[in-house]
Ligand binder design. Structure first.
Ligand code: ADP
Ligand code: MG
Length: 680
């Protein structure tokens, strides 16, 4: 077997079989380097051990002991298992609460550190165990220990994870000692070896050490990101057809073709787009805005300008339902502008691959659009709705089917300004802050614990008063991994239907249905033949059924704030009053506070910022973050000082070849990155 390297696939580590490897890969850890660079989200402290003889009842302490006997209890579920332990000063019985198998983690004769509380029981001192340091984690000398805690996927044991880290560090010791990345200097005052950096990050002596190592890695992540952005800046180029003429006239005609008057934010964003089109350089723009702020009306414009000039505009949407919806809306505007209706290009349609290239001036489609064989006559404008649903490469593949087409990325969730500037710093930015219906009133309410009993009655009342209801469930079927004991759509739907005045007015809508069925259900719901849709979160967040009045989210504790806001955005899309009910069985204090904060604000930008603080950037970034260390170190996206320093560093790096050698990406795999990766 060849030597282990940072780039080696993760299953080269001992103890990782195909099943675990798949689990790890699914959560973004495919190489040894990925494993090492995942930072702990905190460290748990094990105090320096106290001799058993010096324990005081009810005063938390750690003891370093040897296990003499262990005894599990016979019952199922959570049980108390007993460990007889001793140190040089005495012996006692320690109790571990947990599933029955837990006791087998402890080996007879093993030396461990137990953290917990001494308790007096029938006159004897016993020990209630809260956490354990096993033999392999004990320092040679008795002293305080910081143990890293990670956010790991279900099914990956923390103890195994820590073992893998130690294994990787020792197996790679030589390579890690030799590598002294220059980027470590700013945070540490001197450059350190990768061996030191990883040790401090994961298994530090004290919190200060951990903090400084984290700072160093965050800096590296920020430099990596800024380097990419810098790289992109230099690739901007003139539009092959030159500047469009008569863009002002086009804008006036478009305004007249719309069924409503534009908001001033929409006007401003359209003016931005018009300016881009009237300039010689191709458009490279990000449009972000709150849910329901009317992004679509802005997004259509570049497509129409291209079409009116005899060229082609393509709109990419993440789902067929959304694509159909856009095609229908666009058709109305197109007709008013004397253009043919858009060509819908979705799964199963191979017209653009066989024979002649796609010829229609307007094309709306899904993934099919960027499939390798799809060709266009003259693709001049690309608009990507809900851009985070697509990977960098996918967007690039569509974009490269034209000759430097104008590009508009539309985000589904509002992106906080700071984040937009760092992450999309290479794109121009248009923001829709206000909604067309400023008077929108969506009352949000929590139904927790017992209060959930009122749910069916609430939905029934809504239907009886002529309302339309979306119910979002965390999973489709009860057996699905996401269900995890929570309400699944297929279980909830019949239960609810039985409690409605007309059970047939309820239907399911989820990702495992074929698209005709889905479309039929949405149409029935729009037309009022259906009054309740029980859906999963794939409920195409962009769908627009303007007269829906109630959104219900089951298992609301599972969703991020931005996601909840998306769902809430499905109702109250006109000024009519609407409501959003968040249902959860037994949320933790922390979750409850988060959900309460949600009910208190309807501002998507504010909620996105809160998500960023609470859950990191993953949800906001979507597919974009994959492979970028900034996904692991949110500071790289939010900390202005760090970002400014990283930008300077990246600039110097770009200028000096020497600097490149000790590239900041080093622990993050010095992959040879195709130029296409830099485009966005
Ligand atoms: P989002 O920004 O969430 O994508 P949409 O573009 O789907 O929002 O627009 C939300 C709804 O508001 C749609 O029904 C759309 O027709 C409507 N709308 C958009 N702009 C205006 C406006 N200026 N006046 C009235 N209604 C508008
Ligand atoms: Mg939208």
């Amino acid at each position: 077997m060849s030597e282990l390297t940072l780039d080696a696939p993760i299953d080269r580590l001992k103890g990782i079989g195909p099943k675990r490897a798949a689990l790890l890969r699914a959560s973004g850890l495919s190489t040894v380097a990925d494993l090492l660079r995942l930072p702990p989200h905190r460290h748990a402290t094990f105090a320096a051990p106290t001799p058993i003889a010096r324990l005081v009842a009810n005063v938390p302490a750690c003891i370093r002991v040897r296990i003499r006997r262990r005894k599990g209890s016979g019952r199922r579920g959570v049980v108390a298992s007993r460990l007889d332990v001793e140190d040089a000063s005495g012996a006692l019985a320690a109790f571990v609460f947990g599933p029955r198998w837990l006791i087998h983690q402890y080996a007879i004769g093993e030396e461990v550190v137990l953290s917990g509380e001494p308790r007096l029981r029938d006159g004897a001192l016993t020990f209630l165990v809260r956490a354990t340091l096993h033999q392999e984690e004990l320092p040679p000398e008795p002293r305080a220990v910081l143990r890293p805690v990670y956010r790991l996927p279900d099914g990956l044991a923390p103890r195994l994870h820590r073992r893998l880290l130690r294994l990787a560090c020792s197996a790679l010791a030589r390579e890690l000692e030799a590598e002294r990345p220059a980027w470590s200097a700013p945070a540490l005052g001197r450059s350190a070896s990768l061996a030191e950096l990883f040790r401090w990050l994961h298994f530090p002596e004290d919190r200060d050490e951990a903090a400084r190592a984290r700072r160093a890695f965050a800096f590296a992540a920020a430099v990596e990101l800024q380097t990419r952005l810098l790289q992109e800046k230099r690739t901007r180029a003139p539009r092959p057809g030159g500047a469009y003429s008569g863009v002002e006239r086009e804008l006036a005609a478009y305004r007249a073709a719309l069924p409503f008057a534009l908001t001033s934010d929409q006007e401003r964003a359209l003016a931005d787009a018009a300016r881009d089109l009237a300039a010689p350089d191709a458009m490279s723009r990000l449009l972000t805005g709150d849910v329901g702020s009317g992004k679509t009306a802005v997004a259509f414009f570049p497509l129409l300008v291209a079409a009116r000039h005899g060229r082609q505009g393509a709109l990419l949407a993440p789902t067929e339902i959304l694509a159909r919806q856009h095609a229908r809306t666009l058709a109305e505007v197109a007709a008013a502008l004397a253009l043919p209706p858009p060509r819908l290009y979705v799964a199963g349609d191979h017209g653009g691959e066989r024979g002649a290239p796609l010829d229609a001036p307007l094309i709306v489609g899904t993934h099919r659009l960027f499939s390798t064989a799809t060709r266009f006559r003259d693709l001049a404008a690309v608009v990507v709705d809900e851009q985070h649903k697509f990977g960098v490469r996918q967007r690039f593949r569509l974009w490269s089917k034209g000759e430097r087409p104008d590009l508009l990325l539309v985000s589904a969730t509002p992106i906080p300004r700071t984040l937009a500037l760092t992450l999309f710093g290479h794109l121009d930015l248009s923001v829709l802050a206000q909604r067309p219906f400023a008077e929108r009133r969506v009352v949000s309410e929590l139904l927790l614990g017992e209060a959930r009993r009122g749910l069916a009655a609430r939905i029934r009342a809504e239907v009886e008063h002529g309302g339309k209801v979306f119910v979002v469930c965390p999973a489709i079927a009860a057996g699905d991994a996401e269900a995890n004991g929570r309400a699944a759509a297929e279980t909830f739907a019949p239960w609810l239907a039985a409690r409605l005045p007309v059970p047939e007015q309820l239907a399911l809508l989820h990702g495992r249905m074929d698209s005709e069925t889905k479309q039929a259900r949405i149409d029935d719901f729009s037309a009022g033949r259906l009054r309740v849709l029980v859906a999963t979160v794939v409920v195409e967040v962009g769908i627009d059924v303007p007269d829906a009045t109630l959104a219900v989210v089951l298992g609301a504790d599972r969703f991020g704030l931005s996601q909840l806001h998306q769902i809430r955005g499905r109702v109250g899309r006109r000024a009519a009053p609407a409501a959003c009910l968040l249902v959860a069985s037994d949320p933790s204090e922390e979750t409850r506070a988060r959900l309460e904060a949600f009910t208190a604000t309807d501002d998507g930008f504010r909620l996105a910022e809160m998500d960023l603080e609470l859950r990191g950037p993953g949800e906001l970034l979507g597919t974009l973050q994959h492979g970028l260390a900034a996904g692991l170190y949110p500071e790289a996206l939010t900390d202005a000082t760090l970002i400014a320093a990283a930008r300077d560093w990246a600039r110097m790096g770009a200028e000096s070849k020497d600097r490149r050698k000790s590239s900041p990406n080093k622990p993050f795999r010095e992959r040879t990155v195709a130029s296409s990766d830099w485009i966005w």
